[in-house]
Design a protein. Structure first.
Length: 231
């Protein structure tokens, strides 16, 4: 008798679960459809207003919808994927003249000047980089002093590289091993490997005519990061 009751309860729970899932699916379908209608109605606002675009993108993510997906009905309507790919191409073009490392606010100013009629948000830049990440083109964002910077060369993610760039940004765009050791306890071999990567990709420049400063008096060479020294 107890076993039969247990089976009845299990069956009821299954039916309730199935009904809940059905209801949830219907709600999600309705919400997604409303979102598509919203995207169509406010197409111009989404395309040309960066604040509105960011709110729209956040709203999409909250229901698990990728507005950049090419299979999305309203992605085709909005041409969002095309917008971000074009933005990525602009970033590549800028990096050819400005170098492979550029502070993100500086990049934003140049992009807005180049594109003239469109405002660009920092989120737009990050989404553009994310949209081409599958192409393995080397775009990545690193943390710098009170901001972020964009790297536009194919470097493997490396904690020492990120740390060196951040410390250089806090030191007027240059670094020496002594600074990395004093601030992070970085091993010399770790520093040398990271610096070699940065030099090979043109992110850092070597300076063997080191001006004497207390924090680098034991260094034979220092390294400049032109993309971090915009002032």
């Amino acid at each position: 008798m107890a076993m039969k009751k247990k089976q009845i309860i299990q069956k009821q729970n299954k039916e309730i679960s199935e009904e809940q899932n059905k209801t949830l699916a219907e709600q999600l379908a309705t919400f997604t459809k409303n979102l598509e209608n919203f995207a169509t109605k406010y197409k111009d606002e989404i395309q040309f207003n960066p604040d509105f675009r960011e709110q729209f993108y956040t709203m999409c993510l909250e229901i698990g919808v990728d507005p950049l997906a090419s299979i999305s009905l309203w992605s085709k309507t909005l041409n969002l994927s095309e917008f971000y790919y074009n933005l990525a191409i602009q970033i590549i073009t800028i990096s050819m003249t400005k170098g492979p490392l550029i502070e993100i606010n500086e990049l934003r100013k140049i992009l807005m000047n180049n594109m003239k009629t469109k405002d660009i948000s920092l989120m737009d830049i990050e989404k553009a980089i994310e949209s081409v990440s599958e192409l393995k083109c080397g775009f990545q964002i690193v943390t710098v002093k009170n901001s972020k910077a964009v790297v536009t060369v194919p470097m493997e993610k490396d904690a020492a590289v990120d740390d060196i760039i951040k410390m250089a940004s806090e030191n007027d765009g240059w670094i020496g091993y002594s600074i990395c050791y004093n601030k992070k306890g970085m091993k010399q071999i770790e520093f040398e490997n990271a610096i070699k990567t940065l030099l090979n990709h043109g992110v850092a420049w070597e300076d063997r005519q080191n001006f004497i400063k207390n924090e680098t008096k034991n260094d034979n060479v220092i390294y400049w990061f032109p993309g971090l020294n915009n002032k």
